[in-house]
Design a protein around this ligand. Structure first.
Ligand code: HEC
Length: 199
């Protein structure tokens, strides 16, 4: 039979251990930054669109309005870009995208109407998603979705799990060369990374 004082000590000890484990998990989660690899990548480096409500739970980095062809008014497409909240915090502190940061660019078709503000285009259906995930350590050498510090993948609207991208150098990189010195990201379109608008 265990003495009751020993029992108390044991219980207290267990509480301390589990509390410190939680502390450890919480702080290592923060240190590691966004949990992009857990939600979007398997052990071989296959990339999927994370099964999360990024529109509601993530930060809207910004949006690009693609002008309609000449003779047509408004925008023919809107590209809305999202990331985990931790990405913004880390970027404001370090000026860099943290390991595991995910950037999702959602492609919207548009509807353009005359409104009380003028001729205005709004987001309509989603046609697909471009996604990048920051990999600072080169986890998947030889995998053609990975390189230059990122995983790269496109998903058509009908399949969020299997990418149509086969080779990021051929499918992605060329168009991102203008922002090579910004870690390949068009950061000029994302005011939230710079601060809170001078307030
Ligand atoms: C035709 C050129 C072009 C190709 C091909 C291209 N991109 Fe981009 N990408 C851009 C431009 C320009 C932007 C920002 C402006 C915009 O969306 O119109 C952008 C933005 C992005 C963004 C939002 C973050 C950022 O960099 O600003 C992601 C994510 C992205 N691209 C991923 C990809 C991936 C993954 C591929 C390959 C599967 C790819 N892109 C192929 C031109 C391209």
């Amino acid at each position: 039979m265990m003495k009751s004082s020993m029992k108390v000590a044991l219980v207290v000890g267990m509480i301390v251990i589990s509390a410190s484990m939680f502390g450890l998990i919480a702080s290592s989660g923060q240190a590691a930054g966004p949990d992009g690899f857990q939600i979007a990548v398997d052990d071989k480096g296959a990339i999927r669109l994370p099964d999360i409500d990024y529109r509601k739970d993530w930060v809207s980095l910004g949006a690009w309005a693609v002008a309609a062809e000449e003779g047509t008014e408004g925008s023919e497409g809107i590209h809305a870009v999202y990331t985990q909240p931790g990405t913004v915090e880390a970027f404001r502190e370090t000026g860099k995208f943290p390991d595991g940061a995910i950037l999702i660019k959602e492609l919207f078709s548009t509807t353009t109407d005359d409104m009380t503000t003028g001729t205005v285009s709004r987001a309509n259906d989603t046609s697909g998603w471009f996604m990048m995930i920051k990999d600072s350590t080169g986890r998947y050498p030889g995998n053609k979705l990975w390189g230059d510090g990122w995983g790269w993948a496109y998903f058509d609207a009908k399949d969020r799990i299997n990418t149509t991208t086969t080779d990021y150098e051929a499918n992605c990189l060329g168009c991102h060369v203008p922002v090579q010195d910004q870690d390949w990201v068009y950061v000029q379109g994302y005011p939230v990374l710079q601060g809170n608008g001078g307030n």
